[in-house]
Design a protein around this ligand. Structure first.
Ligand code: CU
Ligand code: CU
Length: 475
């Protein structure tokens, strides 16, 4: 934290002298009569000049984006800089409006908020005592602005919490097994390991996940109808909980869960015959089942029909879930599971592939070229929320509704409902290059981490979509 503290702009030695003098003054009142009494006790000055830490943030800062940019000192030019203070510091943060849009600056935990103002050059500040340690979020409370990127951290005390890092538990959406194609039924072995992992839920936020094979969702499994699936299932010895696996693709009690409830370090094998083609969810079925699912124990198994599926250019594997933490959305450090919020069905996070905004990050983007046909294997782990699945800017040419591969697909669909514990197979051709955004059209969830990007590369197609900007650059 020392390093962070050095980035502060202190209000000169005067402030230190003043506060020292105040302390001395206090001492003197109780030990009156000492010779030092000739030092006049200063009048405590609690207005802005008493701030021990000062920062200035400007809106936009010439980036053209909805962000705060540091002004002056070590944070000069830094987008959404991390601000630091010591417990007990009087912190003053000045906000200068530079982009002419309505903004404010709020830190909930300290009841600190500037006015909302939109005039270029106008400014306001907050001053508060950092009377508690921890990592706090400063943000713009104008609706949508925090989600668009107007937020950063204030760390009071040790910076350890913010530095906490977990494993990348995100299953890459491109991690899809090759097509089964046209082959006779056979026996397929599948290895699944229940692993509890300290994983990265969001920037600066870690959580203990329950996973199959270390990622969320677990591996996509691909077989064909008539195959015998042999499941080698193990619960890692480092686990704290028993785990199991229930295949919706299996016909039989508990979908296999009755044979597979294992304590830490145990392993077993069971098998089932894939009688029905389709795209099926599998998940842990150990009580509290909802708890094990929300922590990440779900995946998809594709049972291809006889002869296989039509060929496509790109296939992606995406699953939606929701996460119930005690701490509010955006809190950094280690966050804890809340059983109460789970029972009340009030999640803090909604996620594709396990982590907040995971599929908007460079390392997990979906990519396709213009003119290619894209197929999404989309499932909902949940445990509780239905998805109104939608891709902004695309129309689904074909939706295999409810993941039924033996019914004719729906055609020309804008948004498709996918139930908790269900799936859909979705196909469309890319006709215009650009960035397409996967969402649940219950769009509040996009502000709680539920978003993914499909990038389509290629030449502009103005006869289909004329994207020439006519009024500056928007978002
Ligand atoms: Cu489990
Ligand atoms: Cu189930």
């Amino acid at each position: 934290m020392q390093e962070g503290y050095l980035t502060m702009k202190r209000n000169s030695i005067l402030a230190v002298l003043l506060s020292t003098a105040v302390m001395l003054g206090l001492v003197l009142t109780v030990t009156a009569g000492l010779s030092l009494a000739e030092t006049p006790a200063p009048v405590a000055d609690q207005n802005a000049t008493s701030a021990t830490v000062e920062y200035t943030l400007v809106t936009g800062g010439g980036t053209g984006q909805l962000v705060f940019v540091g002004r002056g000192g070590e944070i000069d030019g830094v987008v959404n800089p991390t601000l630091t203070a010591r417990p007990g510091d009087v912190v003053k943060i000045t906000l200068i409006n530079e982009d002419g849009m309505l903004h404010d600056l709020v830190i909930d935990e300290f009841n600190a908020a500037t006015r909302q103002f939109a005039d270029r050059g106008e400014q306001d500040s907050i001053t508060f005592t950092a009377n508690r340690s921890g990592t706090f979020v400063y943000y713009c409370s104008v609706p949508g602005h925090k989600a668009a990127g107007m937020f950063g951290q204030l760390i009071v005390g040790t910076a350890a919490a913010a530095a906490e890092e977990g494993a990348d538990i995100v299953r890459d959406p491109s991690d899809v097994p090759p097509p089964v194609g046209d082959r006779p039924p056979q026996t397929v072995e599948v290895d699944l390991v229940a692993e509890e992992v300290l994983g990265q839920l969001a920037d600066g936020t870690v959580m203990t996940y329950f996973t199959f094979n270390g990622t969320v969702p677990g591996p996509m499994i691909r077989v064909r109808v008539g195959d015998t699936v042999v499941v080698n299932f193990r619960n890692a010895s480092s686990s704290q909980f028993p785990h199991s696996v229930d295949f919706h693709a299996a016909t039989g009690p508990g979908g296999g869960a009755v044979f597979s409830n294992l304590g830490p370090g145990e392993e077993t094998t069971f098998s089932f015959k894939a009688l029905n083609p389709g795209l099926y969810v599998y998940h842990c079925a150990t009580p509290s089942v909802a708890h094990h699912i929300t922590m990440g124990m779900y995946g998809l198994i594709l049972v291809e029909p006889e002869g296989g599926l039509p060929e496509v250019d790109r296939e992606f594997y995406v699953m939606q879930g929701e996460i119930y933490t005690e701490e509010p959305y955006g809190t950094t450090g280690y966050v804890n599971f809340s059983h109460e919020k789970m029972l009340a069905e009030q999640p803090e996070y909604f996620v594709f592939n396990g982590a907040a905004n995971a599929l908007t990050r460079d390392e997990h983007l979906m990519r396709a070229n213009l003119g290619e046909t894209v197929r999404l294997y989309f499932g909902v782990g949940g445990p509780n929320f239905i998805s109104s699945f939608h891709v902004i800017g695309e129309i689904f040419d074909r939706v295999y509704d409810q993941a039924s591969l033996t019914s004719p697909p729906l055609t020309d669909v804008q948004t498709t409902l996918v139930p908790a514990g269900g799936a859909a197979m979705i196909e469309f051709k890319t006709e215009v290059p650009g960035r397409y955004i996967l969402v649940d059209h219950a769009l509040s969830r996009a502000e709680r981490g539920l978003m993914g990007f499909l990038m389509v590369d290629g030449e502009p197609q103005p006869e289909i979509f004329d994207g020439t900007p006519t009024h500056g650059s928007g978002h």
